[in-house]
Design a protein around this ligand. Structure first.
Ligand SMILES: Cc1cc2nc3c(=O)[nH]c(=O)nc-3n(C[C@H](O)[C@H](O)[C@H](O)COP(=O)(O)O)c2cc1C
Length: 146
């Protein structure tokens, strides 16, 4: 059975909602899912799964959440070659070019680890409560399990 691990960072719950929707979509496709907060695990936790997913909000001005910093630094240094990854995030478009910047930062870290991007990054304005968000998350999951 194909398996996926979701690690997420969420302060006020928006990114957690995204992560939950991803989990639901994966489970609907018979993927076994494990989900944890990013500061309760480490990148090597991805080792035992086929698919690695990170969901994160963006803080400061285009920065990673504080609680995701250690995970990010370690991710760049481990070997995840052959593993499929995808990243989603929540942010606020009023931050302009820094909107959901943490999504790109984590995509770069996964690439540095040798993992293969299997789905385009998804950026959500605050909570995933529009039809467009639902559609984008569904598409993300379809791509990543293909
Ligand atoms: C101090 C502060 C800084 C923020 N900086 C950014 C930013 O640079 N880019 C962005 O897209 N969103 C930024 N945001 C918005 C959050 O990412 C957004 O509210 C997100 O939905 C929070 O996710 P959460 O509910 O999972 O914690 C910032 C929010 C706060 C409070």
């Amino acid at each position: 059975m194909t398996s996926a691990k979701i690690m997420y960072a969420s302060l006020t719950g928006n990114t957690e909602e995204i992560a939950n929707k991803v989990k639901q979509n994966l489970e609907n496709s018979n993927i076994e899912v494990s989900m944890d907060e990013i500061d309760s695990g480490q990148p090597s936790d991805f080792d035992n799964f086929d698919i690695a997913i990170i969901a994160t909000y963006t803080y400061g001005d285009g920065d990673l959440p504080d609680e995701a910093q250690d995970f990010y630094e370690e991710l760049k240094d481990i070997d995840l070659s052959g593993k499929k990854f995808g990243v989603l995030g929540s942010g606020d478009t009023s931050y302009g070019e820094s909107f959901c910047k943490a999504v790109e930062l984590f995509e770069e870290a996964f690439k540095a680890a040798g993992a293969a991007k299997a789905a385009s990054g998804v950026k959500v304005e605050f909570a995933p409560d529009t039809e467009e968000d639902e559609k984008n998350i569904k598409k993300f999951v379809e791509e990543i399990i293909k």
